[in-house]
Design a protein around this ligand. Structure first.
Ligand SMILES: Cc1ncc(COP(=O)(O)O)c(C=O)c1O
Ligand SMILES: N[C@@H](CCOP(=O)(O)O)C(=O)O
Length: 467
């Protein structure tokens, strides 16, 4: 299995190298050249498998010989052992043909644990085999950072630096990053938005001398391995609802476009997904892009679903690559226009292909709160604001296509956003026992300006000498 950059000039890599590389050296994202194809019998055979076994089976086609099958099984078993639900990713019914897939039973209470718990083990193994160390640099709007710190904290071969937007994550999210107290963990509060944090990360990856000296790796969804691990739950959920005999749709709360992109790849592998609905909050750039063909930021708003307060959706580049027939020149042109002019236009043929696979629904702040209230009132289920954006979008899609079951991804535990949840439902959700004292733990974080040079300087001082 080979991976190529969406911009075409970085070297093609095998799985293990793509895993450690993160962002390609030409600024693009690695994507598989071909996808394993899953026929009806192979899909059907996933029914009833423990989640970790299904994950190892699905991932093996992408990993090739870089991680032997037995090691992959051991890794996925360990990665999902700490999840607090026997089904790992349980499906909950909300109304006829409308389901929520609860992806928040992992250690940091968000869907990010699914990929990160596995990614840390895979990276650690490859680093150990090569006798190398790495410096992980990541950006977060709250959940990736917590999941990465939990997964990589204490690992001997990695230092981890996570940039988060100061004042724009929930208290629980911030504390999950700042109370860890492990010497290899650095939570850096940046005076800016998530998009600023991600821009700093990409700028530093683009400084090849710095990147090589620090041995930078990425654990955002710029890293293909993140997308790969997220493909698994689309298969598991669809099979539970009758795939391959029955098509299923998904509504996915979307920000950086990694989670829904995993659904897109699942569909391309043969999973019968009818529609993929991009569910956005008031930061609706993706819904506008689908409508107009112009990708054009307007400025990020703070919402009650802060993890989706994003306008520069990294993984949209992978979709552009696929929709333009894996044409790196077309992608480079669009990304060049974006860098130069602050917007780009999607060529009509690529836009048509995108519209054939995706729909988009914008859920505003009032609708998001109303959805939390409604699900609590009608089902006795407390959901978080991100999941509510997904459920709201799913309801609209279901009205248009009532015969096809739709699954809204439940991306975070309500206790991560207790204020918004309490306002909408009157219920203040409690943190699970392993985090019960989170609000009393001492915090350690550093505030830095919105400036790549300041972050680079901090890394130079604090990263342990790479091997
Ligand atoms: C809780 C939650 N929901 C949804 C999203 C959006 O996911 P993605 O960035 O993969 O589009 C995020 C951020 O990634 C998140 O943390
Ligand atoms: N919402 C995310 C933003 C980063 O997304 P990623 O999937 O690219 O890591 C977060 O919680 O940090």
């Amino acid at each position: 299995m080979h991976y190529v950059s969406t911009r075409g000039t970085a070297p093609a890599l095998g799985f293990a190298d793509a895993l450690l590389t993160g962002l390609a050296r030409d600024g693009g994202l690695y994507a598989p050249v071909t996808l394993p194809q899953w026929g009806a019998d192979t899909i059907r055979a996933l029914a009833g498998l423990p989640y970790a076994r299904a994950a190892a089976t699905l991932m093996s086609g992408f990993v090739g010989d870089d991680i032997p099958a037995s090691a992959l099984e051991t890794m996925t078993a360990a990665a999902y052992a700490e999840f607090r639900h026997a089904a790992t990713a349980p499906l909950v019914q909300i109304e006829p043909n409308l389901f929520a897939l609860e992806l928040f039973h992992g250690p940091t209470l968000a869907f990010k644990d699914f990929a990160m718990q596995w990614l840390a083990r895979a990276m650690d193994r490859v680093l150990a085999e090569r006798g190398e160390r790495t410096t992980i640099l990541g950006a977060t709007s709250g959940d990736t950072g917590a999941a990465a710190i939990e997964a990589f904290g204490g690992l001997a071969r990695a230092d981890i630096f996570i940039l988060y937007p100061h004042g724009r994550v929930s208290d629980v999210q911030r504390r999950q990053m700042t109370t860890v107290g492990k010497p290899n963990v650095h939570a850096l509060a940046i005076d800016g938005t998530f998009d600023d944090c991600q821009r700093i990360v990409k700028t530093l990856f683009g400084d090849l001398a710095f990147r090589d000296a620090m041995r930078l790796s990425g654990v955002n969804s710029i890293n293909w391995a993140r997308i790969l691990a997220q493909i698994v739950y689309y298969f598991v959920a669809a099979v539970a609802l009758g795939a391959p005999g029955r098509a299923v749709s998904f509504a996915v709360p979307t920000g950086n476009f990694g989670d829904i992109l995993a659904g897109y790849y699942a569909r391309r592998m043969g999973l019968p997904i009818e529609r993929l609905i991009i569910a956005t909050n008031e930061n609706d750039i993706l819904a506008r892009t689908l409508a107009t063909g112009r990708y054009e930021p307007r400025g990020v708003k703070a919402t009650q679903s802060p993890s989706m307060d994003i306008e520069v959706s990294s993984n949209f580049e992978r979709l552009l690559f696929e929709a333009s027939g894996q044409d790196p020149e077309a992608v480079t042109r669009m990304m060049g226009d974006f860098a130069a002019d602050g917007w780009f236009a999607i060529p009509p043929a690529a836009l048509e292909r995108i519209r054939a696979d995706f729909g988009a629904e914008r859920i505003d702040e009032t609708e998001c709160a109303a959805e939390m209230t409604r699900v609590w009132r009608d089902c006795g289920l407390v959901i978080d604001p991100h999941s509510a954006v997904g459920v709201g979008a799913a309801r609209r899609a279901l009205a248009a296509s009532p015969a096809t079951p739709i699954v809204a991804l439940g991306t975070a535990h309500p206790a991560k956003f207790p204020d918004a949840v309490e306002r909408a439902t009157g219920v203040r959700p409690a943190l699970p026992p392993h985090l019960a004292d989170l609000m009393d733990r001492p915090e350690r974080h550093v505030a830095l300006p919105n400036d790549p040079a300041a972050v680079a300087g901090y890394l130079r001082q604090r990263a342990r000498a790479p091997a």
